[in-house]
Ligand binder design. Structure first.
Ligand SMILES: O=C(O)c1cc(=O)[nH]c(=O)n1[C@@H]1O[C@H](COP(=O)(O)O)[C@@H](O)[C@H]1O
Length: 291
C-alpha cells in the first residue's frame, strides 16, 4: 500500500506516537556468539531465531522499536537471513516497529536494489526503516529516499557515529568550513520538509551516537532543524547513559530514540531478566529526555 500522500501514516508519525506512548527506547537485537552461549542457545540459525523471538516476547509493546543487527544473521548465510526474516515478520504481525540495521550505501543504481530489498511492502526482509551510510555521497541515497516516501518507510543516515574512528571522516570540513556531518544533517532536513509543513516528525532521521560528547554542537549541527528521529546507539554497553544523552542532544532531546543492545540483552535469557534490564534503560532514558 502506498502512503505517499498520507504523512500521518508514515514511519515518522508512527514512531513519534510510539515514542510518546512507550517512551523513546529502541531495543537492539544483536545475537553475539557470547550472548547466545550465555543464553544457552546454539550459535546457529535456530539459536538466532529463538533469541530474536524471546526479545520480542519479553519487551513487546514496551519498546518504541526493535533494531535487528543484520550482521549477526548474515554470519549464518541463507539460514541466518531466513531467521532474520522470520523475526521481522513476527514483529510486523505483532504491530512492532522495526529498524533493520544494515548500514547500506552504494551508487544510485545499486542503492535502488538495496532499498527494494528492505522497503518494499511484502519483501521477505521488509522493515519499517533501515540504517544507511552516506559516504558515497548523500545524493547516492536518493533511490532509497524515493522508495521510502512512496511506501511510508523510514531511513536513518549515519551522521556522527558512536565509534571513535568515525570522527576522522565525519568531522572533516569542506572549503567553507562545514563539517561532513553537518552537510548530511542539512540534506536529511530537506527530506523532512513535507512532514515539517504538516506539523509531523519526519521519517528521515540521523544516527548520532550517545557517546560523541559535544561534537554535534561543536560542528554546528542543528539537530532540531532536521525534524526527524535521532537514533542514539551507544547507550549501555558502550558506556553512555542519561547524562551523556543530555550532553549530546541538549535542547533536542524530544527527537531522541535511544538504542541499546547488549545493555538490555545481557538481562536474558529469562523474560523477567530482559524486562528488568529494559525497564532500567527506559527509566534512565526517560529521566534524561524528561518524558
Ligand atoms: O547504526 C547503528 O545502529 C549504530 C551506529 C553507531 O554509530 N554505533 C552503533 O553502535 N550502532 C549499532 O548499534 C548497536 C550497538 O550495540 P550495543 O553496543 O550492544 O548497544 C550495534 O548493532 C551497532 O552496529
Amino acid at each position: 500500500m502506498s502512503t505517499e500522500n498520507d504523512l500521518s501514516q508514515s514511519f515518522g508519525a508512527r514512531l513519534a506516537t510510539k515514542m510518546r506512548e512507550a517512551g523513546p527506547v529502541c531495543v537492539g537485537i544483536d545475537p553475539h556468539p557470547n550472548l547466545l552461549a550465555a543464553w544457552d542457545l546454539p550459535d546457529s540459525a535456530q539459536g538466532l531465531e529463538k533469541f530474536g523471538m524471546t526479545v520480542l516476547e519479553a519487551v513487546g509493546e514496551q519498546a518504541a522499536a526493535f533494531k535487528p543487527q543484520s550482521a549477526f544473521f548474515e554470519r549464518h548465510g541463507a539460514k541466518g537471513v531466513a531467521a532474520l526474516e522470520t523475526i521481522l515478520q513476527e514483529a510486523k504481525s505483532a504491530g512492532f516497529l522495526t529498524i533493520l540495521d544494515v548500514k547500506r550505501g552504494d551508487i544510485g543504481s545499486t542503492m535502488s536494489a538495496y532499498a527494494e530489498s528492505f522497503l518494499t511492502p511484502g519483501a521477505p526482509s521488509e522493515a519499517d526503516a533501515i540504517t544507511l551510510s552516506p559516504y558515497l555521497g548523500l545524493g547516492s541515497l536518493a533511490p532509497a529516499h524515493e522508495l521510502a516516501v512512496k511506501h511510508g518507510k523510514g531511513l536513518f543516515v549515519l551522521a556522527l557515529t558512536s565509534n571513535p574512528e568515525g570522527a576522522s571522516v565525519q568531522h572533516s570540513q569542506n572549503a567553507q568550513g562545514q563539517a561532513v556531518a553537518r552537510m548530511i544533517a542539512e540534506g536529511v532536513a530537506q527530506w523532512n520538509q513535507p512532514a515539517r509543513e504538516a506539523g509531523l516528525m519526519g521519517s528521515f532521521g540521523l544516527v548520532v551516537g550517545a557517546t560523541i560528547g559535544s561534537a554535534a554542537q561543536d560542528l554546528g549541527l542543528d539537530l532540531g532543524a532536521v525534524n526527524g528521529p535521532m537514533l542514539a546507539p551507544g547507550v549501555g554497553a558502550q558506556g553512555a547513559g542519561g547524562a551523556e544523552l543530555s550532553q549530546v542532544f541538549g535542547h533536542d532531546l524530544s527527537l531522541v530514540l535511544a538504542s541499546s543492545s547488549r545493555g538490555i540483552l545481557k538481562g536474558g535469557p529469562t523474560l523477567a531478566g530482559l524486562q528488568a534490564a529494559f525497564a532500567d534503560t527506559l527509566a534512565e532514558v526517560k529521566q534524561a529526555v524528561g518524558c
